[in-house]
Design a binder for this molecule. Structure first.
Ligand code: ZN
Length: 279
């Protein structure tokens, strides 16, 4: 595995320039660029070419653009807008030589039948797959462990990817989301490792399933997620992708960004190495 950093971890206490500097300093291999806030902020005073130059000159490389939200069950108008946004991100990913564009499913209080979610998600993923095909950019879908997310557990994600059946479409397996809606160990045992493009590493406070939220994430190894089992299972399956540390904890936003980025690395590496991963 390679070590990667998600910019949400220092969302309130850093910017892209600092994240790049500290990730390089502490020896990360990759960074997931935040396209909602940090990348647009950077581009207010820089060109995309500046970022490409940075990656050309340093060890750190762009793993993914994270994330385009609400890709499924859209109105016709919203569908068109989403496809346009995807094309924009595809161009950015190609310029930067990023490997993945991350997608997040629709989160809604509306009740939608599972069959309608699957039908819409598969159709959209195939459309986006065709758009990405001429490039080397792959599409990584992250199921979200929220009761209101239309794709919120691993077996549902697997079912959608199987039906989509495209080599350039896979998933982000975020251990928090796996835990938060009680995805089963059996589902992970059945998951084709080729479908897991990225592993998101974190931990969680001990709240009831379905209630625990992103803000309750903790440094890997400090919470209640069965990381030992998940990491051992992925390692035995031969997962060779990147492990990205990703937190959204307000308490950690009070830390100096270099300290947070160092702590994120140390806690993630310890969990991975303690469970047999060579990294
Ligand atoms: Zn994640």
């Amino acid at each position: 595995m390679q070590l990667s950093y998600n910019q949400a971890t220092t969302m309130e206490n850093s910017n892209l320039e600092k994240d790049l500097r500290y990730c390089e300093q502490f020896g990360y291999d990759y960074i997931e660029l935040n396209i909602d806030r940090k990348l647009p902020e950077y581009l207010e005073t820089h060109e995309l070419k500046d970022l490409k130059d940075y990656f050309d000159h340093y060890h750190l490389k762009p793993l993914a653009l994270n994330a385009l939200k609400s890709f499924n069950n859209l109105s016709e108008e919203d569908h068109e807008q989403f496809v346009e946004k995807f094309k924009e991100q595809l161009a950015i990913a190609q310029t930067l030589d990023a490997k993945y564009i991350c997608l997040v499913p629709l989160i809604t209080e509306d009740k939608i039948h599972l069959s309608e979610i699957k039908k819409s998600a598969v159709k959209m993923l195939r459309e986006l797959s065709d758009l990405a095909k001429p490039s080397n950019i792959k599409i990584a879908v992250e199921f979200i462990g929220l009761p209101t997310c239309t794709i919120n557990h691993l077996s549902q994600m697997n079912d959608i990817l199987k039906e989509t059946d495209r080599d350039n479409v896979g998933m982000i397996l975020d251990v928090f989301h796996f835990h938060a809606m009680n995805s089963s160990k059996e589902a992970l045992r059945k998951t084709d490792v080729k479908d897991i493009f990225i592993l998101h590493m974190t931990d969680a406070e001990e709240y009831p399933l379905g209630v625990v939220r992103d803000e309750d994430r903790m440094w890997p190894g400090e919470g209640v997620i069965d990381l030992e089992w998940i990491v051992t299972e992925l390692n035995s399956k031969g997962f060779k992708g990147a492990a990205t540390v990703e937190l959204f904890r307000p308490e950690y936003y009070k830390m100096a960004p270099d300290q947070a980025i160092q702590k994120a690395k140390e806690t993630t590496l310890k969990v991975l190495r303690d469970n047999g991963v060579s990294i």
